[in-house]
Design a binder for this molecule. Structure first.
Ligand SMILES: Nc1ncnc2c1ncn2[C@@H]1O[C@H](COP(=O)(O)OP(=O)(O)OP(=O)(O)O)[C@@H](O)[C@H]1O
Length: 252
């Protein structure tokens, strides 16, 4: 199976001298094309740092990160930013949206920056995505006039604008109630079933249980790699229990 991301003995440290600490301590991991992966672990175990490293958001201190066949240590900042823009989409706990723009304009803003002549096409695409995730009627709303779940749907639309090969989510459901969280997972599952890899950090066993692979981190390392069958709408309780057993084992 083709790998969309490879992390090979990656080390990321923060601090200087005696204070220096490896937050990623030689992590090796491969993410397959189209895979649906969750990352779990205690607070401070390095989950977000791993995601930042694998997405080229942060440079690593040593080891290799290879994205879509390109070694990130060999690309300059412009190439890196192109690679990120064309290959990856990002969804955060609190979508970072501008208060002075409506929902539609927030979704199209990153795509419009260097592509103004395609404004009509970009807007059409955004509208199609909004319709797909159930927020078509909200395009003119201010970002303060929608719910957290609706805002996250808009965040997902924005992440999908460039047809990414992988979506990274840093606690995309972390600010939502459990019903809304599952609705967001429905959307991410659907996107995944069409071939886009999804990798998300979560503390929630009910979210992780929707994926097919859960990486458990502790102290800057992946200490367990749990595989589940692709979710088909059945046996949610059994899946959650498998995740919960592992969480207890790891001490989360
Ligand atoms: N820019 C930074 N400078 C210094 N230390 C950092 C920096 N970013 C992260 N750290 C430290 O690295 C460790 C891992 O952080 P990270 O955010 O990856 O953990 P996490 O597992 O995602 O935690 P949480 O579940 O609390 O979000 C933490 O101890 C954190 O304080």
């Amino acid at each position: 199976m083709n790998k969309i991301i490879i992390g090979d003995h990656i080390v990321k440290s923060f601090g200087e001298g005696d204070e220096k600490r490896n937050v990623l301590d030689g992590v090796t991991v491969e993410i397959n094309e189209g895979e649906f992966v969750a990352v779990m672990g205690p607070s401070g175990s390095g989950k977000s740092t791993l995601m930042f490293a694998l997405s080229g958001t942060d440079r690593v201190n040593s080891g290799k990160v290879i994205v879509d066949g390109k070694d990130l240590s060999e690309v300059d900042e412009n190439e890196l930013s192109d690679l990120r823009r064309t290959t990856m989409g990002f969804v955060f706990q609190q979508p970072t949206m501008l208060r002075n723009l409506n929902i539609l304009d927030n979704i199209i803003l990153p795509s419009m920056r260097d592509n103004r002549k395609n404004a009509a096409k970009i807007t059409g695409k955004a509208r199609a995505l909004m319709k797909r995730v159930g927020i078509a009627e909200l395009e003119k709303r201010d970002i303060t006039q929608v719910s957290g779940g609706q805002l996250q749907r808009a965040g997902i639309c924005r992440a999908l604008m460039n047809n990414p090969r992988i979506i990274f989510g840093d606690e995309p459901t972390g600010a939502l109630n459990s019903t809304t969280a599952q609705e967001i997972m429905d959307i991410l599952s659907e996107i995944n079933s069409e071939g886009t890899a999804v990798m998300l950090v979560t503390h929630d066993a009910n979210v992780a249980a929707r994926t097919e692979r859960i990486l458990f981190m502790r102290d800057g390392n992946i200490v367990s790699d749990l595989k589940l069958p692709k979710f088909n709408g059945t046996d949610m309780d059994g899946r959650v229990e498998k995740v919960a057993v592992k969480m207890r084992e790891i001490g989360i």
